[in-house]
Design a protein around this ligand. Structure first.
Ligand SMILES: Nc1ncnc2c1ncn2[C@@H]1O[C@H](COP(=O)(O)OP(=O)(O)OP(=O)(O)O)[C@@H](O)[C@H]1O
Ligand SMILES: [Mg+2]
Length: 250
């Protein structure tokens, strides 16, 4: 269980305060696939970065299985993040000097896993995401969709309990975007990973179990999916229109 409790965050710039998160709370069950949506500037990335530990919150807490992952000893927190969290970024953040296979390997090397189990894990992830045949290539030699699938495979490499993804389909065409969503669903179903995905893409979000909408620094509302993504999409598009206010069609 991932519990986000009353998170507040104000950016200060040029002596001015910009409150971005004004008490955001959400509960995400184990194995749940949750999408975070909301207008540009509503604080989605900030919230994800707070949960990741990349950005500090002003107040509030984030509990992972009851344990506060925002406060405490920095070394212990770093270890929790390394073992329990996997990150997928919009611009992939693969290391260009390493092959796709080495990129997928990397988190396990950092975690000091035994070589045999690392190899097994890496090969199974590469085949799960259909990138086994390009595993010896470098990031510059593969497509955007393949890079993003490699980034997801890397995020899963340590078998994290939670995957945090910021606009994972944002830079991709719709076909590659669909492949990324399939990769998430595979991770969610076969490894039981909890997924927290920020997205503007209603199609991507329609696969989530639940959509949380942020607006003006608070949770505007939540929408739980009933039925298949196809059926959910229309309801979700209506919801997004409400979130964005009249006159704006997502
Ligand atoms: N480091 C920073 N310093 C000051 N202001 C910031 C900083 N990072 C973000 N902001 C501001 O905080 C607000 C929320 O930004 P954030 O990136 O969380 O939005 P977002 O919902 O992810 O938007 P988008 O959909 O465009 O990615 C914006 O108004 C942004 O300008
Ligand atoms: Mg953002």
């Amino acid at each position: 269980m991932l519990e986000i409790r009353e998170i507040t965050k104000t950016y200060r710039s040029n002596g001015m305060d910009f409150p971005v998160l004004k008490g955001v709370s959400a509960s995400i069950s184990d194995g749940e696939f949750v999408a975070i949506m909301g207008p540009s500037g509503s604080g989605k990335t900030t919230l994800l970065n707070v949960v990741s530990g990349f950005t500090s919150a002003d107040s509030g807490s984030v509990l992972l299985d009851g344990e506060d992952i925002l406060t405490g000893d920095e070394n212990i927190l770093a270890e929790i993040r390394q073992r329990q969290l996997g990150f997928v970024f919009q611009d992939f953040m693969l290391l260009n000097g390493l092959t796709i296979r080495e990129n997928v390997f990397l988190p396990q090397i950092i975690a000091g896993r035994p070589a045999k189990s690392m190899e097994r894990k890496t090969e199974s992830l590469l085949s799960m995401f259909g990138i086994g045949d390009i595993a010896a290539k470098y990031p510059a030699e593969v497509s955007g969709g393949q890079k993003q699938r490699a980034a997801i495979a890397r995020a899963l490499s340590n078998s994290p309990s939670v995957i945090l993804a910021d606009e994972p389909t944002g830079n991709l065409d719709s076909k590659s975007g669909a492949a990324v969503i399939e990769a998430f669903i595979a991770a969610n179903k076969s490894m039981g990973a909890t997924i927290l995905m920020v997205t503007h893409d209603a199609f991507a979000a329609s696969y989530a179990d639940k959509v949380i909408a942020l607006k003006d620094g608070i949770v505007f509302g939540e929408l739980v999916r009933h039925g298949k993504p196809k059926q959910f999409l229309d309801e979700l598009l209506d919801f997004i229109r409400k979130v964005n206010g009249d006159g704006y069609d997502a």
